[in-house]
Design a protein around this ligand. Sequence first.
Ligand code: CA
Length: 486
Amino acid sequence: MNRRHFNAALLGAGLHATRGFGAARPPNIVLIMADDAGYGDLSCYGATRVATPNLDRMAAQGVRFTDAHSSAATCTPSRYSLMTGEYAWRRKGTNILPGDASLIVNPDRPTLPSALKSAGYRTACVGKWHLGLGKGDVDWNGDIRPGPIETGFDYSFIIPATGDRVPCVYVEDHRVVGLNPKDPLAVSYARPIGGEPTGKDHPEYLKMPLSHGHDQTIVNGISRIGYMTGGRSAWWVDEDMAGVLTRRATDFIDKNAAAPFFLYFATHDIHVPRVPRAEFRGSTQCGVRCDAIRELDWSVGQVLTALQRNRLDENTLVIFTSDNGPVVDDGYADGSVEQLNGHTPAGKLRGGKYEIYEGGTREPFITRWPGRIKPGTSDALVCQIDLAASLAALAGAKPAGPDSENVLAALLGQSKQGREQLVEQANRLALRQGRWKYIEGNERAGAELYDLAQDLPETRNLAAAQPERVREMSRRLSEIRERRAP
Ligand code: CA
């Protein structure tokens, strides 16, 4: 760690490296990435049917952002941008990946974790990965690489893709956890293998009926996308998943309290299948999707408790956000639609997961660093893609990522100024410039223009009324698109 760079970075962010960790060390960084949680899903963002006391406490002690974004409205491109600081739409093959896909992050490029590692941080990835593993055919019974370790993490404990996709096993560093060599694990996205029952042929085995897709191999009474067989001793139990992952996250904190660390804790909650453990079932007034939010909040509380236990509160920047906007029916008939009870997952925003409207990418986003961050709210425009440059600056490392901007001052609540502009990604692209949002047209829909200051729910398309602004923003989007990555 280069202390001069660290101090310069703090000064650049309007801070002074004086007391506290001052000369000793840069702060630990914990990035908690929820899955599919929406702008209206937390009580500190207006939810009333579900309480999130730990996240509310975090918000009360830190900065709560109102215009912070994921880089895309679905998981894989969003997480690709988080890791690389590069817009995912610049790269082919970065859309939602099957569970047997190859790693899509080039191990030779600098990443958010590799930048922090180069600055002396011990780095860990716990939870959902969904950026592919290996090159070509993975042998799930051998060393699985490249993956998180090759892209900058010292330690990893992951679910390879998503909860609703095979393989339904945990991978620690390069190995499937709990595998019995006498019962090898095989995975296929092409055809049924091994004679395992499927949701399509045996709906009577399911404890959670499906609504669409998800009709392949049944694991733990829930049918998935994709086929797998063997490796039975390694199959996860969905009800235990939040506990297993959270325990790995807090263990990492306990073991690494003495040195600067970066923990990327990517929860499975609140993605489907939503199977919170018994104590959270029925704990809210808006169905099992909200019960999963409650479990997510518990996980956050466990992390905060681990920091406190290790006396790391004042030397740790904690960031909470979600990888894309909300979805209610995402393939399982789990009652979430019927039991919403007035809960609005995207708050007042239009759209959600998969969609280009604000609900697709505008996320809950909270930063907390007691003693350093003054509590408040911020309407600065920031994006998860900016964490690569911003956290590298905080650590005194060389910034990673061609599209990542250093918005550290905004993240620390020292400035209300975030980005001037941002490209949002779903099945089409949109450009944000301040209050204005331009959505490009495609073969099915025309261009759209919204004034978010007057019309946050994107109800009045001003494209026809303001052709000049549409032209100008379209031209600007083309410029950004054509800019070659350095
Ligand atoms: Ca997601």
